[in-house]
Design a protein around this ligand. Sequence first.
Ligand SMILES: *[C@@H]1O[C@H](CO)[C@@H](O)[C@H](O)[C@H]1NC(C)=O
Ligand SMILES: *[C@@H]1O[C@H](CO)[C@@H](O)[C@H](O)[C@H]1NC(C)=O
Ligand SMILES: *[C@@H]1O[C@H](CO)[C@@H](O)[C@H](O)[C@H]1NC(C)=O
Ligand SMILES: *[C@@H]1O[C@H](CO)[C@@H](O)[C@H](O)[C@H]1NC(C)=O
Ligand SMILES: *[C@@H]1O[C@H](CO)[C@@H](O)[C@H](O)[C@H]1NC(C)=O
Length: 488
Amino acid sequence: MLRPTGKKEAHGLLSGGFLFSPNNRIKHSTSSRRPLITLRAFVLCCLLVLATTYVPLSSAAFKKDEWHRVKGDDVTYQYFEHAATGVKLKVEKNSGICEETPGVNHYPGYASFNEDEHMYFWFVEGRNSPTIAPFAINLAGGPGGASMAELTPTSSNTYNLNHTVNMIYIDQPIEAGFSYGLNVVGSTDAAAPYVWNLLQAFFAGFDEYENQDLSIITSSYGGHYGAVFADKIQQQIKKIDSGSGNSKRIEIATLVLGNGWYDGAIQYKAIIEYSRNNTYRPLISKLKAEEYLREYYLHCLPAQRLCDDDLGNFKKCEDVYWKCGIKRSLLSNRDFYVYDIRQSDEDGRPDVMQAIGAKSSWEYSSDRVYKRFGLYSDSSHSALDAFSKVVRSGVTTLSYAGDADMVDDWFGNLDVADDIDYDGTSSFASKRLVPYAVNGTVKGEFKTFQNLSFLRVYDAGHAARHDQPALAFQAFNQTMRKKAISPT
Ligand SMILES: *[C@@H]1O[C@H](CO)[C@@H](O)[C@H](O)[C@H]1NC(C)=O
Ligand SMILES: *[C@@H]1O[C@H](CO)[C@@H](O)[C@H](O)[C@H]1NC(C)=O
Ligand SMILES: *[C@@H]1O[C@H](CO)[C@@H](O)[C@H](O)[C@H]1NC(C)=O
Ligand SMILES: *[C@@H]1O[C@H](CO)[C@@H](O)[C@H](O)[C@H]1NC(C)=O
Ligand SMILES: *[C@@H]1O[C@H](CO)[C@@H](O)[C@H](O)[C@H]1NC(C)=O
């Protein structure tokens, strides 16, 4: 059955409201206030519609692989049952009810894997030539973040990617955002097949989009999701090419990762260096930095190496949590905001943290998804191999990082990029960062070699894409057209 249970839906609404709560302290406050409210109203409207009108669906009555319209009281649903995966889609397709922007088509919906697992998605069709524009999958980090938080409007809608690309926001795994049901996923690996199956069903139902270049856009813990999902999708493609299965070819053409968490061995060290040597101000004394570095070499790195060498070994990876307390320690009890060290703590906004899907990325673990991932030590499992494989396979990849974020700092993100194992490793690693300008104004620095680009974003925190919307827009657009990034 496809009906959302009242209980979970109420939870979804609550967190939805929180996610989009107007924020009068953030930099672009005045201009962003109205769109924030509008967007919230829009999201709530669509959710209410999805949640309150129950239309009985007996799948036996419908033919698989065909859309079926079912008229409810004031909205028409469309159902699609995908024969190959058994995934059922329920979308509100072109109902017009929630349309806020003429000319932009929104399709909020659920993909149901079975009676107990329902994944929320929101498809926003590009405004200009949607059927030839690139297609982006937006995922939040967390683990456990809600993907639509990525929609938090910026000062100006001019930089909204929905002009030029089609976007699908997916709340995954089950229990993240508005997805609900029985959560059995405790790792990035285990989360991947859900996204694959959802996409299989989605592109069967929306087959006018199936041949478009697909991009994954994500950040923060999404460093794990983006790299691993893209790699898993490539593996599926290989299977298809070798003649097994009847899946659709869904190819990832581009990958956009921001302030990501990828690899403990690299990033636990980098955060010490960042804390001492970032370009804003030293956050710890030289003595303290040396102390942390000793701890890193003595306890943390060996534990991380043991885990890296023996990934299946739960106990060894669990040890990383105990031996690599460096990051937790550096991030706690600060008088500044760890997601943007330019701000003092009281400016650190829980709604912004939530909005960027970061609320539980390091210590607040009230979230069930987060806890489950913790149980499986997922964050200690390096995503570097998957990241390298994806770059080697020819996926145009952009790693960008706001330089005021301490949680997944740009030192570590750059070190990870330099460590990507592909044809261009040594050329890439030896390149210096050079200015990246947007229409003549320098807003960051970057380097690029073959299919890999790295971009440091000036004056931007963990939510770099919102702090520097013009830069993000330009860099994303370039990457999604399968081009190396370049200044304008
Ligand atoms: C898409 O872009 C338009 C124009 O910039 C904007 O008004 C609208 O809110 C955007 N829609 C979404 C869902 O972001
Ligand atoms: C900070 O930079 C200085 C000068 O380059 C270097 O000697 C020092 O080791 C760095 N400190 C840390 C903690 O990385
Ligand atoms: C670039 O800057 C010029 C001069 O300031 C301005 O006229 C133009 O509109 C800008 N172009 C874009 C795309 O922002
Ligand atoms: C990206 O990789 C693909 C496949 O390996 C290759 O054909 C293409 O030339 C690469 N692009 C660049 C800019 O090197
Ligand atoms: C996006 O990139 C394409 C290809 O480089 C370019 O033609 C287009 O003008 C860009 N769109 C915007 C809005 O910058």
